[in-house]
Ligand binder design. Structure first.
Ligand code: NAP
Length: 332
């Protein structure tokens, strides 16, 4: 085993968009686990839009510390353990960070099955898939025949939401940047229509794609898509507020929709934010259901994987620029 660790440091808080200088690659000695600690070798690092939101201050977790190892969820393998709960060779998940090796207290790790592909453990069967599952089914509560709109539809969460909404018997419309992504979502993932939100006439295009209005809006982006979607919501529509990626990679977030009170009151809308961890007491059953769908070919777990720790900053920059299709991960 290598005696050195390589890790990305969160070097410089961004002003506006993140760039290569946001991070610094560092070589450090291999950490030695203390009492109750476990040394984990990273196998597959998850890149998430939320990584950028953590740089903006406190969110559902503490803000990132400048000079610290860049945080990130990952799947790893135990290489040394001072805890009775973990043995060498165990597959684990946790906030391992952007590094080859992480030393963490056993309580910060969750054991995963070693016979399941790391790609599934990082995406469909973890935060990404569970966010789509619980956010859509528990917060959005779609009924067969209803229209579901999902923003950032070609991304990690969005691709899962669209496919689960189809299984729920809904008309599924997405928003994504560029005609290519739209064609791909319709052809490969069964979306009924996709609107390119970067083109002029967004509201008109959404209205044409949702001729019976919108019953459930799974919102990953906020911004102009939320603005336009609110005007097309049906009475007693539900907005599952999952994220706000249009406002993460900017210096100052733009103003929110001005007409919210009128729209929300008159249409009796329910806008409900959620954090996936709220539902983790039911994680096992949800994972089993998603695994069954994936095994039966009913849901495609779309991966967008890059090779090498060195590429982690590039992977996050690309994700925020919309260069990804599906779940972005970096294989060590
Ligand atoms: N609530 C929770 O518990 C929870 C858990 C996980 C994730 N999330 C949220 O879920 C959302 C998706 O996250 P993800 O990790 O799956 O990322 P992702 O969707 O794979 O990637 C982000 C996508 O955002 C889109 N985007 C970038 N800039 C945009 C802009 N200005 N306006 C509209 N869209 C823009 C890009 O696609 P296009 O270029 O095609 O638009 C890009 O592919 C994020 O808001 C994240 O915070 C929430």
């Amino acid at each position: 085993m290598s005696q050195t660790n390589r890790r990305w440091i969160f070097a410089k808080p961004p002003e506006g968009r993140i760039g290569p200088d946001t991070f610094r690659l560092e070589i450090a000695p291999l950490p030695v686990p203390g009492p109750g600690e476990v040394l984990v070798r990273t196998l597959l690092l998850s890149l998430d839009a939320a990584n950028r939101a953590w740089m903006m201050g406190k969110t559902y977790r503490a803000a990132l510390q400048v000079g610290g190892v860049m945080d990130g969820f990952a799947i790893g393998e135990v290489v040394a353990s001072n805890s009775p709960d973990f043995a060498v060779g165990d597959r684990v998940e946790g906030s391992l960070g952007w590094q080859l090796f992480a030393c963490l207290p056993a309580s910060a790790l969750t054991k995963r099955r070693a016979d399941v592909a790391p790609e599934l453990l990082v995406g469909a069967l973890s935060v990404t898939g569970l966010t789509a599952y619980f956010g859509l089914l528990e917060v959005g509560r779609p009924k067969p025949g209803e229209t579901v709109l999902v923003s950032a539809a070609a991304g990690a969460v969005g691709t899962m939401v669209g496919q689960i909404a189809k299984l729920a018997g809904c008309r599924v419309v997405g928003t994504a940047r560029g005609a290519d992504k739209g064609e791909w979502l319709v052809r490969e993932l069964g979306f009924d229509a996709v609107v390119d939100y970067t083109q002029p006439g967004l509201r008109r295009a959404l209205a044409a794609a949702c001729p019976r209005g919108i019953d459930v809006f799974f919102d990953n982006t906020g911004g102009p898509v939320l603005d336009a979607a609110l005007t097309l919501m049906n009475v007693r529509g539900r907005v599952a507020c999952c994220g706000n990626v249009s406002q993460y990679n900017v210096d100052k977030p733009g103003p929110g929709p001005m007409a919210v009170p009128g729209l929300v009151v008159v249409k009796r809308l329910r806008l409900e934010g959620f954090i996936v961890m709220d539902f983790f007491d039911r994680r096992e059953a949800a994972e089993a259901q998603i695994a069954e769908w994936v095994a039966a070919g009913k849901v495609k777990a779309v991966m967008d994987t890059l090779d090498g720790l060195e590429r982690a900053p590039e992977a996050l920059i690309r994700l925020l620029d919309g260069g990804n299709r599906g779940k972005v991960a970096v294989r060590m």
